[in-house]
Write a protein that binds this ligand. Sequence first.
Ligand SMILES: Cc1cc2nc3c(=O)[nH]c(=O)nc-3n(C[C@H](O)[C@H](O)[C@H](O)COP(=O)(O)O)c2cc1C
Length: 313
Amino acid sequence: MKNVLVVSYSQSGQLAGIVAALTRPLREAGVGIHHEVLLPVPDFPFPWPFFAFFDVFPESVRLDPRPNQPLSLAPEAAFDLVILAWPVWFLSPAQPIVAFLQSAEARRLLAGKPVVSVVACRNMWLVAFDALKALVADAGGRLVDHVAFTDQAPALATFLTTPRWMFTGRRDRFLGLPPAGVDARQTEGAARFGIALAEALAHDEEKRDQPMLRGLCAVKVSPHLALSERAGRRAFRVWSGFVRCCGRPGQWRRVPALMLFLVYLVVMILTVVPLNLVLQRLAAPLLARRLAALVRHYEQPSGADDARMTAHE
Ligand SMILES: Cc1cc2nc3c(=O)[nH]c(=O)nc-3n(C[C@H](O)[C@H](O)[C@H](O)COP(=O)(O)O)c2cc1C
């Protein structure tokens, strides 16, 4: 019997629903599943108080997370495959998953093991995935697959619906805008990855250094967002350094710097992001090669094509 370790963190239950749908076919196929839900110390609040939300920005960007409680696993536990399910916080993997990947436990559990990454976020996961790949490699894991779930509503709508969800816990329809987050159809669709993994495990495919989830629309990469995210990452590094100079997490001394960052963020979202998208479209012929290379980079390893979709729907 094959054994799979699932490591996840989900505040609202969105990612928990995706993990449940993905692991169901594995359980039905007789694969042993051990699910570790990460527990930060102290846990992050949800819904988020306003200051607490922005206060996690600097340490999220700098990959300097709050620690987690030790895992519940027996020290000698070993697995054939590891599934990491993570949200994005400020263009970085969420702190609990970073804390796990930086831990001695992760180095022991991931050493030489194939790792499948599952992200669910608003719609900006690209540069966070770069960081995640580096963390998995540092822990000794082999990242063989990556699947991404995003909010399918228009980006402008999600700039309102996602903060409302984070600050109030409510993700229902409001002001005529679609509900926030990954919808039920996409969530249930995660089962196709579980079916494919169960088939792959039955044929020892996890032992090869190849993706097992190709042909299943694992990701959809917007090249324009890739450029915006890269610019955002550079700016976030500067801002996070500045805020950290002002004080440690939770200290009131940080508030003015965080409020300045908030003003910057709102101005960016309202002006620079749309302007950037317009400029990118105008410059599309000049940028074509660069954008195509970015798409190829971020579509690795599992790809965007749907060649096996009918078999798994
Ligand atoms: C502090 C914080 C920062 C976030 N930053 C981003 C982001 O940069 N990009 C993005 O697409 N989603 C972002 N999100 C949304 C999350 O990735 C995720 O979709 C949401 O928190 C729900 O996940 P859950 O399963 O933990 O409830 C952020 C959420 C939080 C709480």
